[in-house]
Design a protein around this ligand. Structure first.
Ligand code: AMP
Ligand code: ZN
Length: 113
């Protein structure tokens, strides 16, 4: 499968690794929008939130545990945002489920009204 994030997980495309465990891999976003911008991806290929079901959703809770750990390590105690864009209206560009951890500055409103 021609998936950018699967290739990053396998090490076929370089990335700046931040965290890894049995379920997930985390690396720095190549185009950060804040001082901390890290992507968390399940090691299993799942296209987006829309593809989650009873057999693959355990990875998501593991990812959130990892996000909490990394956010503490990065000293984001003042707050941060976790985003998963799903589909065209949300601007998803890579179709391997991922969660953006964004922080390190005041983030403003989440989106335009
Ligand atoms: P999304 O638009 O929610 O699908 O997010 C995809 C993210 O992947 C964007 O924030 C990109 O900057 C990021 N990205 C694309 N290619 C790479 C790469 N090779 N290494 C790290 N991040 C990447
Ligand atoms: Zn993939």
């Amino acid at each position: 499968m021609d998936c950018l994030f699967c290739k990053i997980i396998k090490g076929e495309i370089p990335s700046k690794k931040v965290y890894e465990d049995e379920y997930c891999y985390a690396f720095e976003d190549i185009a950060p929008v804040a001082p901390v911008h890290i992507l968390f991806v399940p090691k299993e290929h799942i296209a987006s939130v829309s593809e989650l079901n009873d057999s693959n959703s355990a990875a998501v809770s593991k990812i959130y545990e990892a996000i909490a750990k990394v956010a503490a390590e990065k000293e984001l105690g003042n707050g941060y945002r976790v985003i998963s864009n799903c589909g065209p209206d949300a601007g998803q560009t890579v179709f391997h489920l991922h969660f953006h951890l964004i922080g390190g500055k005041p983030l403003g409103l989440m989106c335009d009204k």
